[in-house]
Design a protein around this ligand. Sequence first.
Ligand code: LLP
Length: 431
Amino acid sequence: MICENLSINEKGHLTFAGVDTVDMAKKYGTPLYLMDEDRIRYKCNEYKNAMKEFFGDNALPLYASKAASFKRIYQVMKDEAMGIDVVSSGEIYTVLKAGATLENAYFHSNNKTDQDIEYAMDNGIGYFVVDNIEELCAIEEEASKRGIKQSILLRITPGIDPHTNEAISTGKVDSKFGSAIETGQAEEMVIESIGKPHIDLCGFHCHIGSQVFDAENYLLSTDVMMNFIADMKAKLGYEAKQLNIGGGFGVKSTEYDPELNIRTEIQRIGTFIHKKAEDLCVTLPKILMEPGRSIVADAGITIYTVGTIKTIPGYKNYVSVDGGMTDNPRFALYQAPYTIYVANRMNEKRDFIADVVGRCCESGDIIQKGVELAETMHNDTLAVLITGAYNYSMASNYNRLPRPPVVMIENGRDYVAVKRESLEDLVRNDI
Ligand code: LLP
């Protein structure tokens, strides 16, 4: 199986994190997100241990919570002593409601509003990752009003193209994110930051993109960033205390995808960065990474019930499920590949080829094209694998479909972390 938390039981059903997915569909209804809490914790530890071993004792992974944001996940991150990356007042609010603190929270976004800045400071945000000069001035002003010195990192654009989907590539000079080294704007930001009395510039951040499989790209971006650190030391006498090298490690979602080993890649970056620091005669800063997808993606699957099965003679088969682009917009947005099984027919031959589509009123509402399924019947249970990242967090109420619940599984025990939305929830804000 594509991930070790998947198996087939004696009934020929797909199991996930040790539970029968067909039973889960019966118990909670569908569509349903299942998440494997043990796997999430395992991934956190994989990052923490490798980063400590290969970067240094003070290295810290931050969970990029845009991948899956709800109260329970922040409690898991708190337990695991992970830092967090937040991108909005909404994510900050969720952290606080979860009873976690913002001490090791890094606030991203290319367009933080004045209200976001105030709200984050009101609640003691650890760091702003400052994107641009206007934001820097707004933070200085707000910190000055409060008589505090606000810790920040600067988001630097290293000018690296990670060759991932254009929509999730962020490290090129022509990007809405950050300030580029190439244009001189990054240096300007450093000069401005160190000149501001209420700003404590702690270091730099870069993020080249998401779903990056070729880890060579991290060596390239780390190289650029370390050179920048040395350059700022030489020119301005400024020594960065932290370097955040971003998230983005790719996750295998079908048997055709390459596999990236987190520990091996961190070791590779670690070896490179220590040598680089030595060559440049700079002290290696505290290294941060901010993985999202690689922490939660294979800790999640989505379960649906099959409704209509349609064969168009001479064309193709369509299998419609009771969810769709509302709970998983990733094929519609990025043609994202997925592995799909008929969860109650795992031992049957997979020779029924169909497009798996949702129930929304548009033709682009596709979960996956040309899937090899077991002969599929009405009311069968369909499992879409590796949906833990950017599925729940990008879900919508298009066509007034309620969002599915998130059920977590911990040590064989299933519990609801996010309730299914009700019809009443859908009109909650309608006047
Ligand atoms: N750090 C920054 C600054 C980011 O912008 C992101 C992702 C991450 C970390 C985490 O990247 P990850 O490890 O999860 O790849 N909705 C898209 C992904 C957008 C990623 C946005 N930023 C998707 O469904 O594939």
